[in-house]
Write a protein that binds this ligand. Sequence first.
Ligand SMILES: Cc1ncc(COP(=O)(O)O)c(C=O)c1O
Length: 277
Amino acid sequence: LRFLGLGTANLEPVSTDDQGAIRVADLESVLAMRPHGPTIVCLQSGNVNSGACDDLATAAAIAHDHGAWVHVDGAFGLWAAANPATRPLMNGIEMLDSWAVDGHKWLNVPHDSGYVFCAHPVAHAAAMAHSAAYLTGQGQGGLRSPGDFVMESSRRARGFATWAALRELGRTGVADLVERCCALARRFAHQLGAIDGVMVVNDVVLNQVLVSFGDDRRTDLVVEHVQRSGECWMGATTWHGQRLMRISVSNATTTEADVDRSVIAIRNAHRAVTTPS
Ligand SMILES: Cc1ncc(COP(=O)(O)O)c(C=O)c1O
């Protein structure tokens, strides 16, 4: 938002549902307040906690009616569009003005491979192109100059790893990768939810699983215990005011056996934390 230059004081939050997806009715009311000047609506595909995806089609239609630019942060979630089973979560994506997505998340390529897709190349270049007397090629002639679309003048060939990964996986390989991780997330949710005193608190629509172990202190202790065990790693988060274990299945090499082994480690940690010594 700072890079956009609109000023953080002009930020208008829009309420979300219990899964963290935007309430489109509230978006309508916020936009109806007729903000002064240019407006951008930032949507999310893949809430960082729950994995929930905004209703892109409805939100984009409302936003465009109000003359707003519509952007989606799909840092990890946008990959779901490549998988037929999760593609409906991205319905309306083609209506948006810009997408942001990372390769170093679900595609498993090294940091830092981020991509922007913008439906308005002229506006994109107008915002990013820069030049100096000693530079040549920028913003001139018929040849597309990649430097006109990024902030840096110098950058390594980050696109190479992405090209190689996509070439190796192909369309079905990416779809399989997404589907496998989502299935493994459901496997985590199913097995963890069956343990006494353990509760999965989100709808597992993507690769994210949020788990409560009763209270905040106990949840933090379980996460710490599992991390120290070295069996697997997952972080913790705060969601609707509650401390939760945050499982994010995104590694291409993770297997069902890894999930089962991780569930045992979590069950043991939960037992160790709840059993009086
Ligand atoms: C939803 C979401 N948006 C943005 C980011 C930041 O992206 P980057 O790693 O490219 O800085 C992340 C994670 O890092 C993320 O999960």
